[in-house]
Design a protein around this ligand. Sequence first.
Ligand SMILES: Nc1nc2c(c(=O)[nH]1)N[C@H]1C(S)=C(S)[C@@H](COP(=O)(O)OP(=O)(O)OC[C@H]3O[C@@H](n4cnc5c(=O)[nH]c(N)nc54)[C@H](O)[C@@H]3O)O[C@H]1N2
Ligand SMILES: Nc1nc2c(c(=O)[nH]1)N[C@H]1C(S)=C(S)[C@@H](COP(=O)(O)OP(=O)(O)OC[C@H]3O[C@@H](n4cnc5c(=O)[nH]c(N)nc54)[C@H](O)[C@@H]3O)O[C@H]1N2
Ligand code: SF4
Ligand SMILES: [Mo]
Length: 744
Amino acid sequence: MTDVRDDAPAAGESFVHRRTCCLCEAMCGLEVHVTGEQVTLIRPNRDDVWSKGYVCAKGTTLGHMHHDPDRLRAPMVRHGDEWREVTWDEAFARCEELIHGVLHARGKQAMTAYIGNPAAHNFSLGRHIGLFMGLAGFPHIYSPGTVDQQPKNVSCELMYGNSWLIPTVDLPRTDFIVVMGANPHASQGSLLAVPDVLGELDRVRERGGKVVVIDPRRTGTVEHASEWVPIVPGTDAALMLAVLHVLFAEGLTTLGTVADIVNGFDDIAALVVDWSPESVEGATGVPAEQIRALARSFAAAPTACWYGRIGTCNQEFGTLASWLVDVINIVTGNFDRPGGMMFGKPVAPPMAWLGGRGDEPISGRWVSHASGIPEVLGQVPVSCLSEDILTPGARQLRSLVVIAGNPVISNPEAARIDEALATLDCMISIDNWLNETSRHAHVILPGASALEQPFFGELIWGWAVRSAGKWADPLFPLTDRPEEWEILTRLGALHAGMTNDQIDVAALDDGYFRGIAGALGADPDVAIAALDEPGPVRLLDLAIRMGPWGDRFGAVPGGVTLDTFRGEPNGLDFGPMVPRARELLRTPSGRIELAPPYITADLPRLRARCGRRNDGLVLVSRRHVRSNNSWMHNVKVLVKGKDRCTLLIHPADAARLGVSDNGTVRVSSEAGAIEVAAEVSDEMMRGVVCLPHGWGHDKEGTRLATAREFAGVNNNLLAPGAFTDPLSNNAAVNGIPVEVAPCR
Ligand SMILES: Nc1nc2c(c(=O)[nH]1)N[C@H]1C(S)=C(S)[C@@H](COP(=O)(O)OP(=O)(O)OC[C@H]3O[C@@H](n4cnc5c(=O)[nH]c(N)nc54)[C@H](O)[C@@H]3O)O[C@H]1N2
Ligand SMILES: Nc1nc2c(c(=O)[nH]1)N[C@H]1C(S)=C(S)[C@@H](COP(=O)(O)OP(=O)(O)OC[C@H]3O[C@@H](n4cnc5c(=O)[nH]c(N)nc54)[C@H](O)[C@@H]3O)O[C@H]1N2
Ligand code: SF4
Ligand SMILES: [Mo]
């Protein structure tokens, strides 16, 4: 017998708690069945206004992760190889000793942080990372953003005036979609928040539209598509330039509703003249006639959208490719209109949408310590972290805070980061597990499980196909330990030189809140008087009130507040995306910059690439719907079954190299070598092999019983740190030249 409730359980009671899965951008509504403190079942919530009953296997394992005996609930301090569970006071005292040791001996220039992916999904981290950064005052930080979306950040910064103003595709209303370098079959959508993404692709075809997948691998997404176009990794920009060449040559362009706010249309017309389909077919592997047909059918569709994701970012020409995706949408009249590419309209404006860069240059304000690589939008390649730790000098890094990241697995040049972390004077991890990275920490401060946190997505709603909002209270509220925003605030203040005794977390949080209230256009005094719950909940309420449907603290009668959502556990929906480019553009000109010189200057490098022959094998990455980057392999129900950490290789390549299905092969690159089982499959195009990322759990000293049993190998041992897209400093973990040989 269960009754649906949304507050915490009393001992032994059975009931159903409704919340949203925070693991990926699909944000599925869940029903969590609980008896006492035990999760007994997780099912899709069919009444969820957003996901309407859609869910994947991962979402049903939030209970497994919550109850995982390996999950850390108390802080851990390491001396040598010995780990000791300590109280929070002891842990923070040790943090003070370590942080102040480096601060006083070497100064701030020797200190940094690595901020990992879950920071974008975790309720506290996403909202309070700004306070941590402001207090800590690091010269700069490192993040897996440069093995992810940094090229898109660069193109959006230059085209629209804010790196996180990332337009997405209106998949539910389009007649034609090109999916380039994305595999929603595994990822469930990225920089595209939409529930049941594969169902949406099916519905495009059901209503007579078309879905084209451009990918070196015939992925599961292709089963939901009309056409698969295999492409040589790293050559997407060349293909898109040829598409634009056809569009301009055949008079198929229009700016549609944004004609009066676009700069640079003639520049694009001029620069694509040289990029005929014939000039790129050798490099891309896509026949010229197929490129022509694609351009024509895209232009002919009533509405169309071109969608590019990580395969267009994590590659040699990531910025060119990320930019051209938007250019194609804009010059075919498919920008800022239903069925095309549009900006989201979040209920609570994301913090990253605040402010602007002003006159700051996009790149080159400082260079990395070891290699002198110029920063781009405040980031150098994440692979610089290890060399900046290992290279002596005044700026040698001696102290690192890792916040929800696992760089030992996720970073290129993975062997070197593992080596580097072991040499630090101070390393603190905020993490829920003792894993490949946190095993190097001196102190681990555990975060909350998904069920111990509230939910209301933040940045992700910025590229959601509908405006909606969903609130969930923590199912198991933390009573005996700090929330992650409190941990962040304290660590930030310790870096600012304060001692634990001097730190007043509540006062620091108040100051942060006041600053953001002002930035959102609220009167800080009014806002702070109206809202009394501290931390991220208060920031959320503020953002909702100052958002498009908000009450603006009474100025808009009937406007929404967080309380409006508290009473609606299935969420509230405010409709599909609407045109709003005019309102959001933040460029100095106030217009869309179609041809930023910083980006177009890179075209000669691409031209030179097109002259290179495609001989030899190259490696690309893949994801699987039952994995989440590196950190869900401790969930038995997700990892059991057939080995998924295999090298996919085309039968013709396998035959030529003497590789047999299931046989062990040695894969080597400039960066390193690994041994792994081969999986011979014609889902790969010839010349391209593929490994999943996020594996390699065989390191000594971790506490991950299941992941160790299903260890797999780390594909980033093969990724050379210097192989990047220089415009964005993003890693090219796709298109890595490798050799493959059978092991005997
Ligand atoms: N070769 C290759 N490399 C890649 C990629 C690729 O496609 N190919 N993809 C890249 C991409 S897109 C990304 S985003 C990165 C990811 O890179 P990272 O962010 O470095 O790694 P994750 O695997 O996401 O690890 C997340 C860590 O956070 C912890 N964690 C999980 N939830 C929480 C929480 O709520 N609070 C706290 N405090 N900790 C938590 C986990 O235990 C884990 O240690 O990997 C990148 N690396
Ligand atoms: N289940 C699951 N979901 C996830 C994650 C996960 O690990 N597991 N990770 C999350 C994260 S952090 C992210 S960033 C997103 C990523 O979301 P997606 O971008 O959808 O990521 P992938 O599934 O890796 O798909 C990338 C595709 O690009 C292709 N590709 C590789 N190189 C090239 C190239 O040069 N050109 C072209 N055209 N294609 C290429 C690959 O073959 C692959 O099919 O997924 C998120 N969702
Ligand atoms: S698709 Fe899966 S992982 Fe993503 S939000 Fe839904 S249930 Fe969670
Ligand atoms: Mo990512």
